[in-house]
Design a protein around this ligand. Sequence first.
Ligand code: DGJ
Length: 729
Amino acid sequence: MAIKYFENSKTFKLDTPNTTYLLAVVDDAYLGQVYYGRSLPDSDLNYLLRTQENPLVPSVNERETLSFYDSFAWEYPTAGIGDYRDAAFKVRTTSGHEVCLLKYDSYEIVSGKPALKGLPATFAGAEADTLNITLIEPDLGFKVIISYGVFSNVDAITKSVKVINTSSDTIYLEKVLSSVLNFEKPDCGMDMITLHGSWARERHMCRREIAYGRASSSSIRGESGHQDHPFLAVLSSDADEDRGDVYGMSFVYSGNFIAQTERNQFDVIRAEMGINPEGFTWRLKPGEEFQAPEVVNVYSSQGIGQMSRTFHDLYRNHLIRSKYKDMQRPILINNWEATYFQFDTNKLLDIARAAAGVGIEMLVMDDGWFGKRSSDNCALGDWVVNEEKLQGGLKYLVDEVNKLGLKFGIWFEPEMISPDSDLYRAHPDWAIQVPYRKPGLSRCQLVLDITRKEVRDYAYNCVYKILKSANIAYVKWDMNRQLADIGSIALDSDCQGELFHRYVLALYEMQERLITDFPDLLLENCSGGGARFDAGMLYYSPQIWCSDDTDAIERLTIQQGTALVYPLSTMGAHVSVCPNHSVGRNTPFETRGYVALSGTFGYELDITKLSDYEMDMIKDQTAMYHKYNDLVRNGDYYRIASYQENKAYDCTSVVAKDKSEAVVTFVRVMGIPNVHSQRIKLKGLDEKKTYRIEGEERTYSGAALMYAGINIGGLWGDFNGRLIHILEA
Ligand code: DGJ
């Protein structure tokens, strides 16, 4: 059993294959975090509790109760009692008070991992057990249940929190975070890693020292966002890619979030993650429940790389449900960068014809096929095929594409409404807005209030009808603006603060309907590029568009940052035309292919305008995709060198689980004069195995490839890449 309770020390011990998490009930009331790290034997529990060093417990030393509160390693700290660090939980009573204390009440252990109602979450059968600890507010009478999912096959422990109003008064939840971790600062100090960026620059890694005070990464945009990301790692300052203690926290949620560290007067660090309390309140009447989303906690004693591989394994096997997660996805060609809004049936069929001959397997028709949509100024919400563009209708187009041997995919943006649309003219009140102010536009559009059932039914039924009308194999679900002017006419005045979270729940409900109604559909989420690339969306779609920036060099940093948490099998990555539309850069066609092969792979260009050489390259690349994709999708990912750090070259590899094969992607970004080769030390191989490099005669030991390395030469010029295939000899 992965979860044990020791009655004599009132201690809970949670064990994954290589990690232990310890909780203890102190002074018969307070739930504290004792330890999280490498596996420990059961025998050390009493020493770790250090009760003899803790004379401050309130039952012994009531006069210093606040000193205890302000220094205790709370598992779930509350606001207002005199713990002056940031709280994970805050309520407001109907009388306006904001003080509460949660005391230990009881526990239960259940086998398996129950789903969270209405929310995405990791799932497991026999590979996990769940510990539910109930805390109670003794004076206000409500309960909080913290659930711990403990995996037996991967080093992950999930936490989620449910509030049940067992009192006879309404309470207002103002903050319900999902996970808190406490760290005593090691001598070397502690750092944090977060992911940041902007449109076309998503998920750049940022590592910094955890200094005194609070440091956070957050969103109040209604989605996870391009700018910050629902991920946080806390690591010892001497940890690197392959060594040292690293704690990763990843939020399985797609809306407003906060990920924060706080270093206090005693050099103790509290790390927290959950729904951003800014803009959040939730009215909980007697008898009602509130379920906060799940945070996945991962501890690695072998550096950042092992943390990433643990997240990859967990998300591949215990989060993504789509049957496509275990399959090679069809190589697609998307017409967005080829045509933007200017296309018709003939143009799309020209693209499909050219694509069919070079190994491409699906045509995706992007934005612009519906209503009067000839630019991004209008028509969102009018999901009726524009037959001036699609002469003959959608079914005709899809059938013709199918006849060429290609599948067909389509773009939607179901959550949005353009002021210049028939939908808005009929239902101006369907947009999210407050009653006293004209809402601000972004990309000339407003957001539909999908928290209202009639609105989300309309939006969903539009998608449903189109999908039923033709043989559509794939949907790209886009979302091109973030939320503002938060207000819903369907919510009471004391519930307006619920809208952000209700919006996310409504989105999840729509996507659940979609994948239930169309179980064979391949769904790709997208948000103005990669603004909703998060673990929550992966529960619904096995792949997410990583960024609108398709430049191979920009993608090195974006994809490495994304792969810090998410498996390569989830990253929408395409080869596009040069000069690149985001940065104007020219890179070799080969390099663009190598970089996109680290993701789901496809094309985003006007294939009818390519040279014979480029068409031949596509034939090679589509063959390479089939050759390597099983390995890329299922293997272990290693960061060998990061261009973001060294400003010269980038190198990653994927190693088969049985270490029989690896593919190494190397890109020399900037050419360097008078340097003839670059030494690369491979990772993750079996030092005792003998390997060969495809295309070479000789063999190498795994030890030599990893500890001595190989020289990569012949890289004259900028942006040149290599794909190196290593096979067991
Ligand atoms: C943003 C997406 O990221 C693009 O790929 C494209 O689908 C546009 N939206 C269409 O409006």
